[in-house]
Design a protein around this ligand. Structure first.
Ligand SMILES: NC(=O)c1ccc[n+]([C@@H]2O[C@H](COP(=O)([O-])OP(=O)(O)OC[C@H]3O[C@@H](n4cnc5c(N)ncnc54)[C@H](O)[C@@H]3O)[C@@H](O)[C@H]2O)c1
Length: 334
């Protein structure tokens, strides 16, 4: 099948590499306003270059991968579904929940399948944690701790287009908390700090945040995020229940060192960044997308599911701004 890719930045170039290695994908067409980015991908993966998203769709593709900056997602999703082409779009759906809800209507009207890029749904550790929780191995949960720490902040232009750290980064944690536990978030209370890159504060964003989430069964989830984790990309989820405890991401490549004398764990090279932490998960999610395109399976992450995490991000953004707990019911409009 022929796949179009819009956006050839950090994740778009990585997706081009992954897609070019899939048996189901026979050719790629790419477009990016930065001509050199498209050209580099074209040379490396034998892709055709289109001058614009419209030209790419006119060139005829079976599936569309949107890996452009977040503020471009809604218009590109609309263009894809209007052309009747199944869409994979990176998270988050949009920079604001209002734009996300508006594009949801367009997707529903079109009837065209869309998959949102919550790659952790395809990670072996998160899959095993979900199965353990669903099988009752941990007993009733009382605490979930979810962590996403980046080694270095994204550039200023990325921050400006991202919608802020809760919608851009914590949204992965929010999606996993819902997906692993099967519970819904009822209230959030968020705090944030700015002790790192000055341009993040200047954009009105925080570089480090924590949020306490209350789930509908009373479980407490604590979400910790930072753009500054010098030792590497740290993605973990700890699930504590009345019968047992389990951790995702607790391997030899965990980017932290122990203060305990004689303890050598973790002993491996720390995870460097998302590309190396989730290589297999990205391959699995894009393989799933080729199956969606082929009509062999429904979308494994619908836009409705993605927007559920979006509401939590919205509530955390408001909570941080107003220094108060925010019930989800206060921000939800649908
Ligand atoms: N799932 C994940 O793990 C993950 C990881 C990184 C980024 N992302 C998401 O992927 C998206 C891109 O992130 P990135 O880190 O690659 O950003 P980036 O800034 O490195 O790249 C974005 C690219 O999009 C291009 N672009 C902007 N508008 C466009 C348009 N209308 N059509 C085509 N291309 C356009 C830019 O020129 C740039 O090359 C963001 O939405 C981000 O949230 C997801």
């Amino acid at each position: 099948m022929r796949i179009g890719i819009l956006g050839l930045g950090r994740i778009g170039a990585f997706h081009a590499e992954t897609l070019s290695g899939l048996d189901a994908v026979t050719s790629l067409v790419v477009a990016d306003p930065v001509a050199d980015a498209a050209k580099a991908a074209a040379e490396r993966y034998g892709a055709e270059v289109a001058d614009s998203p419209e030209a790419l769709l006119a060139a005829g593709v079976d599936g569309l991968v949107i890996a452009a900056a977040t503020d471009a997602h809604p218009a590109l999703i609309r263009a894809g579904v209007a052309a009747g082409v199944p869409v994979f779009c990176e998270k988050p759906v949009a920079r604001t929940i209002e734009e996300g809800v508006a594009v949801l209507d367009a997707v529903r009207e079109s009837g065209v399948p869309i998959q949102i890029g919550f790659n952790r749904r395809f990670d072996a550790g998160f899959l095993a944690a979900r199965a353990a929780v669903r099988a009752g191995e941990l007993g009733r949960l009382h605490t979930v701790r979810s962590t996403t720490l980046d080694p270095a902040p994204p550039p200023a232009a990325y921050v400006a287009a991202s919608g802020g750290i809760f919608r851009d980064c914590s949204v992965h944690d929010f999606d996993m908390i819902r997906w692993v536990t099967g519970r819904e978030v009822t209230e959030v209370y968020a705090a944030g700090g700015n002790r790192g890159a000055a341009y993040i504060a200047e954009a009105g964003d925080a570089d480090t945040t924590s949020a306490v989430l209350t789930l509908d069964d009373g479980t407490i989830a604590v979400v910790s995020n930072s753009r500054h984790n010098a030792r590497g990309h740290d993605v973990r989820m700890e699930l504590l229940g009345f019968a047992d405890s389990l951790a995702v991401g607790l391997d030899d490549r965990l980017p932290i060192r122990s203060a305990e004398p004689g303890v050598t764990f973790p002993s491996g090279t720390p995870h460097d960044f998302f590309m190396d932490r989730f290589t297999d998960a990205y391959r699995a999610e894009l393989t799933a997308f080729t199956e969606v395109v082929a009509g062999k399976r429904p979308s494994p992450c619908t836009i409705e599911e993605a927007l559920e995490a979006g509401w939590i991000a919205e509530a955390c953004t408001l909570s941080l701004r107003e220094h108060r707990p925010v019930p989800l019911a206060e921000v939800r409009t649908g």
